[in-house]
Design a protein around this ligand. Structure first.
Ligand SMILES: CC(=O)[C@@H](O)[C@H](O)COP(=O)(O)O
Ligand SMILES: NCC(=O)COP(=O)(O)O
Length: 249
């Protein structure tokens, strides 16, 4: 891949803000268009089984409007596979899911359910969808991923991102790098993501084997702060304009 690296922008948490009030804004579909115009190479959405953020409507509208490509993250269930086969995203990223978790804890255990994952990869491939497996930086999981016929792995960077001590973070980074080299040597495209933010992404982006990083929460969080100044100005201007125009008849 040389010196280039792709960014998939995960817009789940635009939907989190919307769903907190049960309203229609901010719309993740609009957010995806803005992200694409700003240079995102793809849009990632995680259609969780509990629909806590992205909804079926969002996925359907994105499928009609995206100019880049959709990376649909989902659990390996019949319901999700049926949705993916209908929507036909460019990529499906199979992830582990626990209803009660705050966020995705750990990678998919591909080694422990190889037949089930292989069947899912085949079902998606029949519809022209490439499968990515969201796994920990672990050789056993990479070997199992290779055996399923998946062409991509996404290394879970959550463990690296959680480390606060420099030494521990460097150890996690080394594990990510070793795993990336191991997976690339087995012909897999290697992506990475989860918990990456403006202070910890640089070291991961520097790993030459990585093709794409998927980043969401930190980008949406930053957008709130860098956009707040304009948002307050817009509301203030609207209010002053209303006062100038007087009561509506
Ligand atoms: C699999 C993954 O890393 C993302 O989809 C992330 O999990 C999205 O955020 P939540 O975990 O908060 O749903
Ligand atoms: N697969 C990781 C992803 O899509 C983004 O995760 P996060 O940046 O929201 O933690």
């Amino acid at each position: 891949m040389g010196n280039s690296i792709l960014l998939g922008v995960n817009i789940d948490h635009v939907a989190t803000v919307r769903n907190a009030r049960g309203v229609s804004y901010p719309d993740p579909v609009t957010a995806a268009a803005i992200a694409e115009q700003a240079g995102a190479d793809g849009i990632t959405v995680h259609l969780r089984e509990d629909r806590r953020h992205i909804t079926d409507r969002d996925v359907e509208m994105l499928a009609d409007t995206l100019q880049t490509r959709m990376n649909l993250e989902m659990a390996v269930t019949d319901e999700m596979l049926a949705i993916a086969c209908r929507i036909k995203p460019t990529y499906c990223c199979l992830v582990p899911e626990k209803r009660e978790e705050l966020t995705t804890e750990g990678g998919l255990d591909v080694a422990g359910q190889q037949d089930k994952i292989r069947a899912a990869v085949e079902r998606l491939a029949e519809q022209g969808i490439k499968t990515s497996l969201f796994i920990d930086a672990d050789q056993e999981q990479i070997d199992a991923a290779t055996a399923t016929g998946a062409s991509i792995v996404e290394l879970h960077t959550g463990h690296y991102a959680e480390q606060t001590a420099v030494k521990e973070q460097q150890r996690s980074l080394l594990m990510l790098h070793d795993a990336a080299k191991y997976a690339q040597a087995r012909g897999l495209q290697v992506n990475a993501g989860h918990g990456l933010h403006y202070f910890n992404t640089g070291a991961v982006a520097a790993l030459p084997e990585l093709v794409e990083l998927n980043i969401g929460h930190a980008i949406v969080a930053r957008a709130v702060l860098v956009g707040l100044d304009q948002a307050v100005r817009d509301m203030k201007a609207l209010m002053l304009q209303a006062r100038t125009s007087g009561p509506r008849k």
